[in-house]
Design a protein around this ligand. Structure first.
Ligand code: ADP
Ligand code: ADP
Ligand code: MG
Length: 446
């Protein structure tokens, strides 16, 4: 097993990984930007190194600085968390060259799945149903031709997009050209790649994703699914596992497809296949995320499997110690993403100093966060403050437990979206589990 790991991230996920290392008796090295010198992950790690100025491009995305920190502290592995360099094939391959284990799949899998056009082709070849759409489009005339074939409404998507960015909905032909140019500009600015493709816009669908764990010896297990249909601007707000009311047949088919695909491509480590599921229970592959997901705790709660520890073990060459038949899903788990956002200003990110903090507790209530009273929430990074997660025997009880936990949670000094979650949980569509990805936005229009 590794003796020392560097965590190339910040915030709640850095803290989550440090905690896993402590359980495993592994020493930790934190890296931080000038804006994060007082951050919790720095305080919790055994060693820490400043890697640059506040903007992510100068610090958490600065590969040279991170690799230098890894070299001077003699770590054997780097955990990238999610976001930042987690899906950078270049970074994974640089780690490999420096003889440092990248805790994730190998760089070839990151690059082949990170290109969504390529991922769609690969999955299609393996017989998975894929969201109808085009291949990569080179220019406007070619895109326009595809659009005619696919039909409206459609989505223009960035080939290497992520985090809900680089996506444009086009309702009818006359909006196409402008949306195409917009998407191309955004993709190029956010991802350094202007490549686009087109998908049919599927209405009244659920976003349901399947978690898999694969070891380096070809064993793949599936850890059930997560329903991530509660979204705002194509970004996940609340997640749950299992997906309420999902037909057993659909569940089985998705899990079978996910495991088969991972096996066939020779994938190793944790991964997620995202699907859209229509009203008839048909599932369509959307993309694969080759990393730890933000919402991984709901899977941990219902399976009892620690995903971060298994990521580390798999990277160190440890074989999975259990089989599919050993995995039993128990009860129901819900996660609310608590963001620093101002609801009065269209959920604009908020920053500041946390004054008062009360974290809910009790059996099966978990709050993954890097907050403490007096800490700074800098304006430079993602607005996620923490993830409130509950687990109960039934969905009804999980909902009540989450309502009680949200009512207890107090964060002052920055604006938050806590009220939004309270509203969501009180809504009828959420109560009967019948919400689709368009739910939150349609509710705001009415
Ligand atoms: P998950 O699928 O784990 O829920 P999200 O889509 O919410 O992931 O993204 C997780 C984090 O990673 C967010 O902080 C998001 O902004 C960031 N992220 C995801 N993909 C990219 C990307 N390609 N480039 C930059 N940031 C990304
Ligand atoms: P990202 O890489 O940013 O996560 P995704 O391809 O996963 O991008 O899409 C983000 C979200 O956009 C999905 O969770 C879903 O709600 C919505 N979406 C994506 N593709 C489609 C589609 N073809 N039809 C309807 N909704 C879609
Ligand atoms: Mg996605």
């Amino acid at each position: 097993m590794f003796r020392k790991i560097l965590i190339a991230n910040r915030g709640e996920v850095a803290v989550r990984i440090i905690r896993a290392c402590k359980d495993m008796g592994i020493s930790t090295v934190a890296v931080y930007s000038e804006a994060d010198s007082e951050a919790l992950h720095v305080g919790l790690a055994d060693e820490s190194i400043c890697i640059g100025k506040a903007p992510a491009a100068d610090s958490y995305l600065n590969m040279q600085a991170i690799l230098s920190a890894a070299a001077v502290t003699h770590v054997q592995a780097i955990h990238p968390g999610y976001g930042f360099l987690a899906e950078s094939a270049k970074f994974a391959s640089l780690c490999e060259q420096c003889n440092i284990r990248f805790i994730g799949p190998d760089s070839t899998h990151i690059s082949s799945m990170g290109d969504k056009d390529n991922a769609r082709k690969t999955m299609k070849k393996m017989g998975l149903p894929v969201v109808p759409g085009s291949e990569s489009v080179e220019d406007l005339p070619e895109a326009f031709e595809w659009a005619g074939k696919i039909g409206y409404p459609l989505l223009i998507k960035a080939r290497v997009g992520g985090g809900g960015r680089g996506i444009r909905l086009v309702a009818e032909e006359r909006g196409f050209e402008r949306a195409f140019l917009d998407a191309s500009r955004e993709a190029s600015a956010s991802f350094g790649d202007a490549g686009l493709y087109i998908e049919k816009y599927m209405e009244q669908v659920r976003h349901i994703e399947v978690q898999i764990l694969a070891d380096a010896y070809g064993k793949v297990v599936c850890l059930g699914e997560r329903d991530c249909s509660m979204q705002r601007r194509k970004q996940k707000v609340l997640e749950e596992s299992p997906a309420a009311g999902l037909p057993e047949e659909t569940r089985k088919n998705m899990q079978r497809d996910a495991v088969r695909a991972a096996k066939k491509i020779g994938y190793a480590n944790a991964g997620t296949l995202e699907f859209l599921v229509d009203a008839h229970g048909n599932h369509y592959f959307m993309e694969m995320n080759t990393r730890l997901q933000v919402e991984h705790p709901v899977t941990e709660m219902v399976t009892g499997v620690d995903l971060v520890k298994w990521q580390i073990r798999i990277a160190a060459g440890v074989p999975l110690s259990f089989d599919q038949r050993n995995i039993r899903m128990q009860g129901h788990s819900i996660e609310c993403r608590i963001n620093a956002e101002n609801p009065a200003m269209d959920f604009r990110p908020s920053s500041g100093t946390v004054e008062f903090l009360h974290i809910p507790g009790g059996p099966r209530v978990r709050f993954d966060t890097a907050l403490y009273p007096g800490c700074t929430v800098p304006p430079y990074y993602d607005s996620l403050l923490g993830k409130l997660v509950v687990h109960a025997d039934t969905r009804e009880e999980a909902v009540r437990k989450m309502q009680a936990a949200l009512a207890e949670l107090v964060i002052t000094g920055v604006e938050t979206n806590i009220e939004l979650h309270i509203d969501i949980l009180a809504g009828e569509a959420f109560r009967n589990g019948a919400y689709t990805t368009g739910y939150l936005e349609s509710r705001n229009e009415s």
